[in-house]
Ligand binder design. Structure first.
Ligand code: G3P
Length: 226
């Protein structure tokens, strides 16, 4: 399965938890079907199973927001790759800037995710980190400068160089790894700019989750792929 060109991280926003997670997931499914493009969503762990049941078999690709570097066994309160796979998720984000991991743990967890058949999107804050992430051969690297996250100022316009440099860096170490960019992405022109810079798509949160009309917001984002 390929990485979708639009991935929406629900984060811990109340607007995207519980019944709201299901509502947003169904909106993503509608838009994906209407525009003929797969859309990724990243609900909270507690909503994964429910969201997969509702939309899991269609054009929506369901990711966890993170997994722990913990092996199955006698430990408590961790979320392992095996658990996320058992909940029916297709993959997971890893190393988001709001959920950083040590490089050693990231290596182990990437391997464990691959063993579970999970897609992996490893986040990186700049092109150097993107290269290190790419060296782990994940399915995708998502470059997100932390200072632009949640600002509405799109990385693809405010810092095009970091996107271009990251695409180059990742492709040098892992040709088959897709590159997403994220932070401040809100509309179709931001997506178009991202694609023109060589990325394969976007990772977005507030622009969809907090939008007055998330369906309109998603349709607008998807228009940037045309
Ligand atoms: O994971 C996506 C993210 O960190 C970007 O957030 O709100 O700037 O789209 P946002």
């Amino acid at each position: 399965m390929r990485i979708p060109p639009i991935v929406v991280n629900f984060k811990a926003y109340s607007e995207a938890v519980g019944d709201n997670a299901v509502r947003l997931a169904k909106i993503a499914a509608e838009v994906a079907e209407e525009v003929g493009v797969k859309i990724g969503i990243c609900p909270a762990h507690t909503d994964l199973y429910r969201v997969v049941k509702e939309v899991g078999d269609g054009d929506v690709v369901v990711f966890a927001q993170a997994v722990d570097a913990a092996e199955p066994g006698s430990r408590t309160g961790h979320v392992t790759p095996e658990m996320v796979a058992a909940a029916g998720a297709d993959g997971t984000l890893l190393n988001h800037s709001e959920r950083r991991m040590r490089l050693d743990d990231l290596k182990d967890v990437c391997r464990a995710c691959m063993n579970e058949g999970l897609l992996t999107i490893v986040c990186a804050s700049d092109s150097m980190a993107a290269r290190a992430a790419g060296a782990l051969q994940p399915h995708a690297v998502a470059v997100e400068p932390p200072e632009l996250i949640g600002t509405g100022t799109p990385v693809s316009k405010a810092d095009p160089e970091v996107v271009e440099r990251s695409v180059e860096a990742v492709k040098e170490v892992s040709e088959d790894t897709a590159v997403l960019c994220g932070a401040g992405i809100t509309d179709g022109s931001d997506v178009r700019a991202a694609i023109e810079l060589g990325s394969d798509g976007v990772l977005v949160a507030s622009g969809v989750v907090l939008a007055d009309d998330p369906k309109e917001a998603l349709l607008d984002l998807a228009s940037g792929l045309e």
